[in-house]
Design a protein around this ligand. Structure first.
Ligand code: FES
Length: 302
């Protein structure tokens, strides 16, 4: 029989696995006043979710779900992260366990790390990749001139990338591969970074899109108020599926996250126009407006 003393809870918990579930468990325990050790075998917490763009079935942005928890855990005085750690042995009984954990070396003093990234830049073991000479990107003159003008307007400002991409996107409606390569060449941003940004934001696209993009809000409020039925009716009307474009390049149908007017749910946005409190009966009128290429861009919220 264990002694009475051995039954006294020690007031600390170990959460094994730093994925989204482990992170939430650690936060819940810590907010209940329990000291938490969050162990993960990887160099950082985040788990598989950190590798995802969107989550099923609501298409929520994975990083938007995870980032607030990461920040909260990083700042919480009662949560210690044990990275590169494996559980070796567990002894004891409920309320009083002793866990032996082995940690792999990190070569960085975590108590002094500010996340500045200087160690990465100066890592002596990192393979130095010699830059490969690539031929200069030449665009079709009809593309090159407007894109070059946009780049010239923003290039010397602070943080020029987003303004450049937004303006190019507004001009061309999508990013042809050659244009992204040209922007990389002219601004010095790595092409991989440009692709990351161009494929992250739903306002951007790397495939051609129609003149009008019908954004059907699939955010939670709109979804529970029937936006899926609106999407189905639009798809049926235009004879395309979500994310597709009509053959005449007039209309692209797109499911998006909350467009910021939940009070009008279910809502649809086309350019600057917002159509709210819709029913499937309203779809025909909206579709007619854009299928003929006569969208007037005026708001029609109700
Ligand atoms: S959920 Fe649709 S506008 Fe917010």
């Amino acid at each position: 029989m264990p002694s009475d003393e051995s039954k006294v809870p020690v007031g600390a918990a170990l959460v094994v696995g730093g994925g989204i579930g482990g992170m939430q468990a650690a936060l819940d325990l810590a907010s209940g006043g329990i000291k938490v050790y969050l162990a993960d075998s990887k160099p950082a917490i985040g788990g598989v979710m950190a590798q995802l763009d969107k989550t099923f079935p609501t298409n929520d942005c994975a990083m938007c779900t995870m980032a607030p928890r990461l920040v909260e855990i990083g700042r919480h005085k009662d949560i210690d992260i044990l990275s590169l750690s494996e559980v070796e042995r567990i002894e004891g009984q409920p309320g009083n366990f002793t866990v032996t954990i082995s940690r792999r070396p990190r070569f960085v003093d975590e108590s002094k790390c500010t996340g500045c990234g200087t160690c990465v830049a100066n890592c002596p073991t990192r393979t130095v990749v010699q830059p490969v000479e690539v031929p200069a990107v030449q665009l079709d003159p009809s593309l090159q001139e407007p894109v070059a003008n946009i780049i010239a307007r923003h290039k010397n400002r602070q943080g020029p990338l987003m303004p450049i991409l937004q303006e190019v996107n507004a001009t061309l409606n999508y990013f042809p591969e050659g244009v992204l390569k040209y922007i990389a060449q002219e601004t010095g941003y790595p092409l991989t970074h440009l692709y990351r940004v161009a494929t992250f934001y739903s306002a951007f696209s790397v495939v051609p899109r129609g003149k009008y993009i019908i954004n059907v809000c699939m955010g939670t409020t709109c979804y529970v108020r029937g936006s899926e039925r609106l999407m189905d009716r639009f798809a049926e009307t235009f004879k395309i599926r979500p994310e597709e474009t009509t053959p005449d390049m007039l209309v692209t149908l797109k499911g998006v996250r909350c467009i910021g007017c939940c009070g009008l749910a279910p809502a649809v946005m086309v350019g600057d126009s917002v159509y709210g409190k819709l029913t499937v009966k309203d779809v025909a009128g909206i579709a007619k407006k854009y299928a003929g290429g006569n969208g007037n861009g005026k708001a029609n919220a109700r």
